[in-house]
Every structure is written in C-alpha cells, then in structure tokens.
Design a protein around this ligand. Sequence first.
Ligand code: GUN
Length: 293
Amino acid sequence: MTIIDGKAVAADIKQQIAKEVEQIVNAGGKRPHLAAILVGHDGGSETYVNNKVKACEVCGFKSTLVRFENTVSEEELLNKVKELNNDDDVDGFIVQLPLPKHISEQKVIETIDYRKDVDGFHPINVGRLSIGLPCYISATPNGIMDLLSYYKIETSGKKCVVLGRSNIVGKPMATLMARKAYPGDCTVTICHSHTKNIKEECLQADIIIAALGQPEFLTADMVKEGAVIIDVGTTRVPCASRKSGFKLTGDVKFDEVAPKCSYISPVPGGVGPMTICSLMRNTLLAGKKEFYK
Ligand code: GUN
C-alpha cells in the first residue's frame, strides 16, 4: 500500500512553475498575476485564500487580494468582477466561495471572463471540458489527475466510482476520468445521496474518488482489495484536544480502509495541497494566454 504524498507532489510542481516563471521574466515576459476576491470572514475561506496567496509567492506570481465585508451588495461585487475582467495586468482571478446568501454565486461566476476564470467554474470552461476543447479545469479534479499520473496509476479500462456530484468536484472529475486520455479511459459511475446500492457500486470499483463531504463515509467493507482511494473530503470536525478546535476529516475511514488499498490519499496532505497547485498551473497558463489542451 502506498500513501499518496500530495504535499511532496505539489511542492515539486510549484518548483517547476517557479522555474518557468523565472525563465519568462528573464526573457522579458510578464510575471503572471492572480487576483482573489474574498467576501466576509469565514475561517475556511480565509485559510484557503491565504494559502493561495502564499503559493503565489512560491511560484513567483504577483498576487492581489480584494476583500469585501459580508454586507457587500451583489452589484458592487459584480462591478469588481467586471473591473478585473478589464484589468490587463490581471491574468486570472477567483472569487472565493461560498458567498453570502444575498449574492447569486452563479451570476458572479457567469460574469467572470472565461479567459480569466482560473477556477474553471464558468459554463464556457465546463462545456469546453465536456467536449474536449481547450479550457481551464476545476482545480481539485485536475489536481487529482496530476496525482494519478505522478504515481503512474493505471486507469485505462478501470471501473471508477465518483462519490458526489458537485459542480466543482464530482461532475468534472467524472468527465476527466471518462476522457479518452491518460489518466482517463475509465468506466465511470457517479454515486450520490439518492444512489440505492452505493456499497455494491463501491465494491466493484478499481478507483474510488470520495467527494461527498461526509466524514469517514467510506468504510473497509465498501472497498475491494487493491483499490485506489482518493479522498477529497475536508470537513472540520470539532476536536477539543486541538488548538484550532477542529480536526480536518476526510470522507474515508483511513485507518481501516488503507490496509486494503494499493494507493490511498490521506487527509490532510493528499488532495488538498494539489488543489492550490492546480490553481497555480491554471494561472501560469492564463499568464501565457493559454488553456489546457
Ligand atoms: N471554495 C471551495 N473551493 C473553492 C475553489 O476551488 N475555488 C473557489 N473560488 N472557491 C472555493
């Protein structure tokens, strides 16, 4: 059994990005610039955005953090999005989700110029991904593809079960794993809250990607011997013995599932670091005015 070290893979990829950025800058090119909009003071979002800004420094990118209070109006936020769309110095930007209830996330996403949508959330990018055209790919699923390829995990003809059907992870993940490519070429099943025989589906899977947001959902009795398990869960479960007051908990019961696997990604230190790394890769591409092909 191999524990997938997302932290090490992400560090390696960020070093490669930093090298390429220096080459671009030394040749007289523009340093890539990522902007992030953060609304309010949600603990998780603050941490994610801080980590994105830190990763920009490691990669040699310029970064700008734009902050709004929770009370910001939808119109004011949309105006900022339009301003960033038209700012030639900004190569790509993200609006950290979730947003306060009075703001339509979909409206915000659709206002972002898809050529600067380094989150890959805009319907144009999602649609282009689904028919195999150059696009930006949602960071978490793309980071998982990087992990599979870094560890040279076989995917062709394998049965892959994706647990969860979110727009950000489950749906693009299923699209990528079914794609005519490596990693990909899988027979993919998406399971969700209305799936009747989830245990039987999982028991048939060679690869399980758990992205339900239900702590320790996947147990040993649901996993085939030798399966590859990728855990996307990051639920903050209250924990009195920790200074932070919570324990980041995945969707997989790691201790009992790990002995049955060929590969397993832990939480933390698996998919999480790769998500930010993928955003950096998207930003480098945006800086070069390129897409994933
Ligand atoms: N909230 C949780 N994950 C993400 C992400 O990948 N991008 C943005 N913008 N918000 C998020």
